[in-house]
Design a protein around this ligand. Structure first.
Ligand code: COA
Ligand code: MG
Length: 292
């Protein structure tokens, strides 16, 4: 089961690392990229490795590391610093296509074997929409190999590389280009059979706005959302967990089909319920079955 809330923690801040470990987030993404000033990167690498080692054996939160982009020349030293400490996974920013996941997988294999860790143990999530060219390769990820666990999307770097002044409309919703990126990420993840994770909500004091965006993301098919502040984790967890009414309805759908073996379609409360609804009901029960 994929994590619901993924909290970014700047890798150069011991205070935030400690705070993140005690937060409600299902997963932390220890950041070595955009939230770390270049001068602090060497220190952030060793802090991240020390934090991973100190947290080893704790079941929650899952610990991931966002490394720098492959083209930056910084990704290999980032990986060499943290992979021996056994993160659950690596978040790859500015990914171009599945080919980047294959390259990263090869790096990970070498580092895992060198460190005496099981080869293939480190998972990968990509930020799949941060460059204009990446918008044309979202269908490639089915060929990314078994390490790929999720796709997420980014609207900030995409706006910067498109030369946009902003990515939101005046009413607050995303401008069309970013809605397109979001939908392509969702379809790319579904076609690759991996978890679609919604992007950050940057206005971290607006918890009502976060909740609305997170609920809309779950309705659309996303199974989790990135976070930038510990206060966002609880809201995201709740938004991505089915409530009692949804679970009761899903149970009724499953029971109706069980009571009518061989039926392809049944009626519940005057509504047609067929195979897509049954599939959805099983998904809701699976999502509701996580330990609190
Ligand atoms: N992870 C862990 N702890 C965090 C945190 C985070 N992402 N964001 C804030 N905190 C901690 C603060 O250190 C503070 O702890 P303290 O009370 O012990 O000092 C507490 O939570 C409250 O923070 P607050 O004062 O509300 O916010 P801030 O002004 O200190 O920080 C940001 C605001 C945006 C700088 C901060 O949330 C942050 O660094 N976010 C992550 C940014 C990032 O990783 N970006 C890259 C991905 S887009
Ligand atoms: Mg970025």
């Amino acid at each position: 089961m994929s994590a619901r809330s993924w909290l970014f923690v700047p890798g150069d801040s011991d205070r935030k690392l400690a705070k993140g470990a005690g937060s409600a987030a299902d997963a932390l993404i220890i950041d070595l990229e955009d939230s770390v000033a270049p001068a602090n990167l060497p220190a952030a690498r060793s802090r991240a490795a020390a934090f991973l080692a100190a947290q080893a054996g704790r079941a929650a939160p899952e610990l991931w590391v966002r490394v720098n982009a492959l083209e930056s020349g910084l990704a290999l030293p980032d990986l060499a610093a943290v992979v021996p400490a056994g993160p659950a996974g690596i978040v790859l920013p500015k990914a171009g296509s599945a080919a980047d996941v294959v390259t990263l997988s090869n790096y990970l294999s070498a580092l895992e074997v060198a460190a005496g860790r099981p080869e293939g143990g480190t998972k990968i999530m990509v930020v799949a929409t941060e460059t204009p060219a990446a918008l044309f390769t979202l269908g490639s990820y089915a060929a990314a190999g078994p390490r790929l666990a999720g796709l997420t999307w980014g609207a900030e770097d995409l706006a910067a590389s498109l030369g946009a002044a902003g990515n939101r409309l005046e009413g607050g919703g995303y401008e069309f280009t970013y809605q397109l990126a979001r939908s392509l990420c969702l379809a790319g993840a579904a076609s690759a059979g991996v978890a679609p994770i919604d992007t950050v909500f940057t206005d971290f004091r607006d918890l009502a706005g976060l909740e609305a965006e997170a609920r809309a993301a779950r309705r659309a098919g996303f199974v989790g959302k990135l976070a930038i502040h510990p206060d966002q984790a609880d809201i995201i967890n709740r938004a991505f967990t089915p409530d009692a009414a949804e679970i009761a309805h899903a149970e009724r759908v499953i029971a109706a089909f069980a009571a009518n073996p061989g039926a392809g379609v049944v009626g519940i409360d005057g509504k047609m319920i067929d195979m897509p609804h049954l599939k959805q009901a099983h998904r809701i029960l699976a999502a509701g079955r996580r330990p609190a």
